[in-house]
Design a protein around this ligand. Structure first.
Ligand code: FEO
Length: 392
């Protein structure tokens, strides 16, 4: 694909990745993704902002066909999906200087074996004149690495935000046209990589919101011609109210845990509590992450296998602990044949969660009437917690 004009002398470049279905060998990409780079031709200096994965450089190289000289290449973030082609760029443009910050510099040198002599570091708030255009660098730590920063093009009011506000969508839309589609994709992206750092990102959002921005240009997904759409969405995800929802990631081997989950879901709904259940062996973990953003309660369902929780339940607990959602309550339901340490092991996997543990319900074999009564009691306890939180 040829470079696409955003404004006079400002172009989108990069790679639209329609086929990739797994990012970082971890994150599902149901809609593919894009790696966006941007070329700015100032009256005196020409600059490229970010690059693409190293193996996708052929596309960026074609797009740079009519760019004989680059003064600078800017690295807003050291992760390789944006920095991977820096060695190719610096080899193609040996006089170009790489601009980044002092936290990114050693990362780039370690990850890509770049030479220190090619790197210039900038400070928070520092500007770079391109002649008739000026870039300001704004540090946005932990969105989502410690070194992440964004760049604001003052004259054109464009914020180049790298991962911040990004969405994994492959599309030929240069700009967001379907806000509902992008809302979900951007929320998924926030949940997967930004959520653990929400308390710092909250400050990053307000730092950015102070600028007069016409367009946000992230490094994944389409550009935002209506910046308040995504800034407000981030505000909601970071610090908005919890929802009257119980997320139930579960796995069942022979049906006992599944029958508990079915009964539990019905009991919660009867009490006015919403539920999102995820059968873990067939779950898109990105979808699970979306619902973890604002659910008030998490209940993990698991059978006991090899004296502990099913490995899929371990994965879900580990993931929730790593993502650090805002949930206030957590419980465990499940079954066993002769014993085990399912509850103790799962409870030990979630030290980062600021949750109250509501009494788990672990049953022997298929559920009995007594077991279903225990599930009713758990549903009562959760409904009460949601009432106390003002959600019900
Ligand atoms: Fe899109 Fe953190 O890289």
């Amino acid at each position: 694909m040829k470079p696409r004009k955003i404004k006079d002398k400002i172009y989108w470049m990069g790679f639209i990745d329609w086929d990739n279905r797994l990012f970082d060998s971890l994150i599902p990409l149901p809609d593919g993704t894009s790696y966006n780079a941007f070329l700015i031709e100032g009256s005196e200096k020409t600059v490229l902002i970010d690059t693409v994965e190293s193996n996708l450089f052929f596309e960026l190289e074609n797009q740079l066909e009519n760019v004989p000289h680059l003064d600078y290449v800017i690295s807003l973030h050291a992760e390789q999906d944006h920095s991977g082609s820096l060695p190719h760029i610096l080899s193609r443009y040996p006089d170009a200087k790489l601009i980044t910050n002092s936290k990114a510099k050693p990362l780039l040198m370690d990850l890509l074996h770049l030479s220190e002599s090619s790197i210039i570091t900038v400070k928070d708030g520092e500007t770079l004149s391109l002649g008739d255009k000026t870039l300001e660098f704004i540090f946005t730590p932990w969105a989502h690495w410690p070194e992440t920063m964004v760049a604001y093009l003052k004259e054109d009011k464009i914020l180049f935000s790298c991962d911040f506000f990004g969405s994994h969508i492959a599309t030929t839309d240069l700009y967001v046209t379907d806000e509902a589609q992008v809302y979900e994709a951007a929320k998924r992206y926030y949940a997967e990589i930004m959520m653990p750092f929400k308390n710092i990102i909250k400050k990053d959002i307000e730092k950015i919101a102070a600028y007069d921005i016409d367009i946000i240009a992230p490094s994944h997904g389409p550009l935002y011609p209506n910046p308040s759409f995504i800034i407000d969405a981030y505000r909601e995800w970071v610090s908005g109210p919890l929802k009257n929802t119980v997320v139930i990631p579960y796995v069942s081997m022979h049906g006992s845990t599944k029958s508990l989950v079915d009964y539990f879901v019905a009991a919660l709904v009867e009490r006015g509590v919403n539920v999102q259940q995820f059968n873990l062996p067939v779950t898109d973990i990105g979808k699970l992450a979306i619902y973890l953003v604002d659910a008030a309660t998490i209940v993990i369902g698991t059978p006991t296998v090899l004296a502990g929780p099913h490995p899929d339940a371990v994965y879900a607990a580990y993931l929730a602990n790593a993502l650090q959602p805002k949930a206030k309550n957590l419980s465990i339901i499940g079954s066993y044949g002769w014993g085990g340490k399912t509850v103790e092991i799962l409870a030990g996997l979630i030290p980062n969660l600021k949750v109250e543990i509501i009494d788990p319900v672990l049953i022997k074999g298929l559920p009995t009437e007594t077991d279903f009564k225990a599930i009713e009691n758990l549903a009562d306890a959760i409904a009460l917690k949601h009432k106390e939180l003002g959600l019900l």
